[in-house]
Design a protein around this ligand. Structure first.
Ligand SMILES: Nc1nc2c(c(=O)[nH]1)N[C@H]1C(S)=C(S)[C@@H](COP(=O)(O)O)O[C@H]1N2
Ligand SMILES: [Mo]
Length: 313
């Protein structure tokens, strides 16, 4: 069978949010910053709720309409706050400041980064990515963030490091889900060093031009858009470089259904449902699922020589 993956540049731009809506606001920031100098720029950042202005990276065209912000911010998977999709209210109790992310393990210079420092020093940009949940729904979100590789460059990974593990916050006082003690808290995820270094691997600090809300994993979450959504750890507190393959939260619960690689593949069904199509958040339209969620041109090379691995679920 021949599978044709549409290239990013083949996207019908008209189907994406009109560019002037996005760039208009950004341009206003730029002008304000130019006229007012540093103080003005700081004020513009304040106006966006603390998120620095970011240009959209047009290399990653989504090929579909952006999902309504309201749906994306009110229909969530975040088991620390409960197993329903309606945790957005409860998640507001997660304190967003102060917040630090420790980056340690097999690195030359382990460090702890304050979220404000990351917002100030990392190469912030906007990317409109698709997110495909293993439960067969999907969304298209304008995320603001920076490549994971930019963060890892700060700590200089050792050559012995083979994997990156992501640990997310576990704060019993504000996360009622943690009382479900049969779950293997904290939520942990992982990927290989090669996957971490891929340009698509993105640390997310904002959505829809605002600071990332807690229900979506604020103040900082991960996203690799060619993998099922459960790989994208929310509200990260620690990133560890290691030579041991991390065993993730869902893999511990049900390894037969949720593996380490979890690359999106419409031809490989979940043991309990088909992965051939997905429901678009917002419109509820049924759309065909794409191999690597449509990002094969960027990531397929990562998996050459790994045919013996269970790459797809
Ligand atoms: N800490 C944590 N991260 C998590 C989850 C979770 O329950 N806890 N759910 C995952 C799943 S299954 C998905 S589909 C995405 C959902 O992200 P969203 O709510 O921003 O759409 O977050 C992922 N990250
Ligand atoms: Mo998911």
């Amino acid at each position: 069978m021949q599978i044709r993956i549409p290239r990013g540049w083949e996207t019908p731009e008209a189907r994406v949010t009109p560019e002037h809506l996005v760039f208009g606001r950004r341009k206003a920031f730029g002008i304000a910053a130019g006229l007012l100098g540093a103080a003005g720029a700081a004020q513009a950042q304040q106006a966006a709720g603390g998120l620095p202005p970011a240009m959209r990276n047009t290399r990653f065209a989504p090929g579909r309409e952006i999902s309504p912000e309201r749906d994306v911010t009110t229909f969530n998977n975040f088991y620390e706050f409960g197993t329903s999709k309606s945790i957005s209210q409860g998640a507001q109790r997660l304190p967003q400041r102060p917040w630090t992310v420790k980056v340690d393990g097999m690195v030359e210079t382990p460090r702890e980064f304050g979220i404000e420092d990351l917002l100030r020093t990392m190469p912030i940009e906007e990317r409109v990515y698709r997110l495909r949940c293993v439960e067969a729904w999907s969304m298209v979100v304008p995320w603001t963030g920076f490549p994971l590789s930019a963060l890892l460059a700060q700590v200089k990974p050792l050559s012995s490091a083979r994997y990156v593990s992501f640990e997310t916050a576990a704060i019993p006082a504000v996360m009622p889900g943690l009382r479900q003690s049969w779950y293997p808290w904290p939520y942990v995820e992982g990927c290989t060093i090669a996957e971490a270094g891929n340009d698509l691997s993105f640390m997310v600090v904002g959505a829809y031009g605002k600071l990332l809300p807690p229900q979506n994993g604020g103040p900082i979450r991960f996203h690799q858009p060619w993998k099922y959504g459960f790989k994208a750890g929310k509200s990260l507190v620690r990133i560890t470089l290691t030579d041991q393959r991390p065993v993730s939260f869902w893999e511990r619960i049900q390894a037969a259904e949720y593996g380490f690689w979890a690359n999106v593949n419409p031809a490989v069904a979940h043991p309990r449902w088909s992965q051939a199509s997905e429901r678009a958040l917002g419109t509820n339209a049924r759309i065909p699922t794409q191999l690597f969620n449509g990002y094969g041109e960027f990531v397929a090379d990562l998996y050459s020589g790994l045919q013996n691995e269970r790459l797809w679920a």
